[in-house]
Design a protein around this ligand. Structure first.
Ligand code: NOJ
Length: 545
């Protein structure tokens, strides 16, 4: 009989199913809190803010990568999977952070980035120093080029950040990178690669990490013999026939990860970032694999009652079928913040809008925030896990006017300065109303903050009952009291209304239209905005009991 492995630290409570209905707060560590005055957030900063996260009421935090990285892609270019970036701290600091989270009964999820390493990872350096055909190159995807003397890339595959997905090395071979050239793709058919990542899962689980977010989970299996694929679009086929993404072979990898995750009591949780079509996305979430997969449907949807209903119906049904619970995401470190998306005219191309420094079309901030609060309260009433991205609890808007010379996203360079990318949602969050970085640290931060950020700071909003921070605290606390089971029953409410009941009379009613509708009967326990007796205003959600 095998014995279970014991993590160094455990949360106060022991529910093995904690992840099924959790509120998970995403920390982008380099932009959360800077305690050592280098302009970059650090792990001690996260620890120092644990009381804040506890008061917010979240069940777990997910940390985007904090590993050593040359930062070619915000840390998603990992140079060493089992260490901490010295600019962010040490292994002792992460141990202390995990202990502090657990003392506050907050679980810790860390990012694992298996599709690619950094080009500064020891393996890639070894591969460059080794000869074509060597075992060191076989950990990555090296190929000879096409054309008479191999001067053309092996195929016309396109990188997600623009440009070819192949880069040539001095001896003439080419290596594959679905993202930046500094992010060479690993070859997951190589058993050494598989074994090493399983060690990484154990390394962090032994230290007390409760779960993993799996980056580009749908990209690990590739069929390099298939014909060319001249685009990087995400509309993948339903039969797994794409050469690069969402292939059937990928699932064997996660089945073996599940056996590693199950070496712990309780089993470690995992959530796949898999941009696969909805019916195939749930395959990653099977109990024999990762358990959950991100559902980005609402994040991509307009603020529209019929779209919301369709997405909720589809995802709750799929969750029931697969045995997983659903996940809900409105914002993360890769997309324009939802308070901003919802304040732009329907159908705005946000990349083009960012290129105008957020001036055209005109952003209606008040409307964006009103709708964002309504959507958030709706999502918090749904069965499944809700992911909250740092700063959304303050109602932050996208920082749209970052000076060009301060931009860090590889998209900016790889697209020849035509797409700014994702820095606008990664600007360090404001803790105080004034100071060199509004309380983020003692010096100007690594990405400049908008001048008005102080008005959106924790200090400004704390104690103001009408603030977005107070609203999030109230909503998450009410969810904790009310949430039970994973049932949902639709209520008829009119074309612009999304209404459903959970249990024991708990109902969530959202008016996504602009005109007020009659307030349904019951006591309002939380509202996303001001409500008047008898009426539910437009772009507002209420919870009733
Ligand atoms: C998804 C991550 O969320 C994103 O930030 C990153 O650029 C890519 N994967 C590549 O790792």
């Amino acid at each position: 009989m095998s014995t279970l492995r014991t993590p160094a630290s455990t949360p106060r409570t022991t529910d093995p199913d904690w992840w099924r209905n959790a509120v998970v707060y995403q920390v982008y560590p380099r932009s959360f809190a800077d305690t050592d005055g280098d302009g970059l957030g650090d792990l001690a900063g996260v620890t120092s803010r644990m009381p804040y996260l506890s008061t917010l009421g979240v069940d777990a935090i997910w940390l985007s990568p904090f590993f050593p990285s040359p930062l070619a892609d915000g840390g998603y270019d990992v140079a060493d999977y089992r260490a901490v970036d010295p600019r962010l701290g040490t292994l002792d600091d992460i141990d202390a952070m995990i202990r502090s989270a657990h003392e506050h009964d907050i679980r810790v999820i860390v990012d694992v980035v298996p599709n690619h390493t950094s080009d500064e990872h020891a393996w890639f350096r070894e591969a460059l120093a080794a000869a074509p055909g060597s075992p060191a190159r076989a950990r990555y995807v090296f190929r000879d080029g096409s054309g008479p003397s191999g001067e053309q890339p092996p195929s016309d595959w396109v990188s997600n950040f623009g440009g070819s997905a192949w880069t040539r090395v001095p001896d003439g071979q080419w290596y594959l990178h679905l993202f930046a050239p500094e992010q060479p793709d690993l070859d997951w058919s190589n058993p050494e690669v598989r074994a090493d990542f399983e060690e990484t899962l154990r390394f962090w689980s032994d230290r007390g990490v409760d779960g993993f977010r799996v980056d580009v989970a749908h990209g690990l299996a590739k069929d390099l013999s298939t014909p060319y694929r001249p685009s990087n679009e995400h509309d993948l086929p339903l039969d797994g026939s794409d050469p690069l993404y969402d292939r059937d072979e990928v699932h064997a990898i996660f089945e073996s990860w599940r056996t590693v995750l199950d070496e712990y009591d309780p089993p470690r949780a995992a959530v796949a970032e898999a941009w696969a079509p909805a019916p195939r996305r749930v395959l990653y979430a099977r109990p024999t694999e990762l358990g959950q997969a991100f559902n980005f449907d609402l994040l991509e949807a307009p603020f529209d009652a019929s779209a919301f209903r369709t997405i909720i119906t589809r995802n709750t049904a799929m969750a029931e079928q697969s045995g997983a619970s659903s996940t809900w995401v409105l914002s993360n470190h890769d997309v324009v913040r939802h308070a901003t998306r919802y304040g732009l005219p329907e159908g705005t191309d946000t990349d083009a809008w960012l290129m105008t420094d957020g001036t055209s079309p005109v952003l209606d901030r008040a409307r964006g925030l009103r709708r964002a609060r309504a959507a958030t309260l709706l999502v918090l009433a749904l069965p499944g896990s809700s992911y909250v991205y740092q700063g959304e609890e303050l109602g932050l808007q996208e920082a749209a006017a970052i000076p060009h010379d301060a931009l860090q996203d590889p998209k900016w360079i790889r697209t020849g300065h035509t797409v700014k990318g994702r820095d606008g949602c990664r600007v360090p969050i404001p803790w105080t109303t004034s100071g060199p970085s509004f309380g983020f640290g003692s010096v100007p931060p690594h990405l400049p903050q908008p001048a008005d950020f102080g008005a959106w700071s924790v200090e400004a909003e704390d104690g103001d009952p009408s603030s977005t921070l107070s609203f999030y605290r109230e909503a998450i606390a009410a969810r904790r009291r009310l949430q039970q089971g994973e049932d949902l029953t639709w209520i008829e409410g009119g074309a612009d209304v999304v209404a459903f009941a959970r249990h024991d009379g708990w109902r969530s009613v959202t008016n996504l239209g602009t005109e007020a509708v009659p307030m349904p009967p019951g006591e309002v326990v939380v509202a996303s905005g001001p409500v008047t007796a008898g009426e539910l205003p437009g772009e507002t959600t209420v919870w009733l009991v």
